[in-house]
Design a protein around this ligand. Sequence first.
Ligand code: A2P
Length: 339
Amino acid sequence: MDNVRKIAVVGATGAVGEVMLSILAERGHQAADISALASERSAGKEVEFGDRRLITKDLADFNFAGIDYALFSAGGSVSERYAPIAAGSGAVVIDNTSAFRYVDDIPLVVPEVNPHHLDGVGPGSIVANPNCSTIQMLVALAPIQREAGIDRINVATYQSVSGAGAEALRELAEQTIARLSFKEPVLNKFAQPIAFNVLPQIDTLQDNGYSREEMKMVWETQKIFEDPSIRVNATAVRVPVFYGHSEAVHLETRDDIAMERVRELLGNAEGVVVVDGEDMMHPTAVTHGAGEDPVYVGRLRRDISHPRGINMWVVADNIRKGAALNAVQIMERLERSKV
Ligand code: A2P
């Protein structure tokens, strides 16, 4: 893309914003074209932009006139309030929160999966970035969905704490130090200790007993695949990992498909790397997820309990592909579609 677009990063001091800035710097954008925005608390604070530094500005005072793309990652209530203002000034808003994901005429996009949903998006539009767990699962499942159709998905997630933000990362580090020093862990972001523990609830519990994080995977899969008949059953779990989400995905296809064909499809799929697990080297959050762009698929095998069942283990960096990178890729697709 031509790199002279003016870009505002909203939530620049946060876990996702920090990585957005580093991806934009890696891709050759110039510091002068980037506005780093956060709350009043951070106004004047410096954030890294490659080997440069940007001064953070207060979102509340910012004038979006002249901004081409506004990448929001400062929480749902901030997006609800400011994304319409940015769009009203002519920016394309790419929103990482769940504020607009379920609005019918707002596209919810994973570029490898449903790029056609960006048709018609232009200045003044809002595009929603899906939930991190949905993104990596659908990048891995899209080739199978296209060829054989998917009837049902059962998924258990193993989600890292970076998905809960910068404060949560500190909490995991501090609780780990406390435990190793035989002290009681202090709770802040998480209701129960996260260090050396596994928490089976992410986001609020709904009336149906599922957490909102789990229901996001249901709603978003159906919207992105444009198929409300796909059945999704999720259990979302927080694990004491800093970066990188892992998922045990079990799916049932509508049509028969041979495992060799599944391997071939995934081997050729955009954004996917299949790891065969030789010498016990499987994709993991630490060895493959953190800091990497692709979605890694391992433990690929036929489900012995179902004739059209497939099992896989899916790993990606939740902050990169699950958020910041996906948003930047949406922006790049929009730019490419102009030429
Ligand atoms: P700040 O550091 O000034 O609070 P994370 O997801 O890692 O918790 O980060 C949240 C991001 O959202 C931070 O950059 C944070 O900025 C920003 N943010 C939170 N509340 C607001 C707000 N009211 N206005 C602008 N930015 C906000």
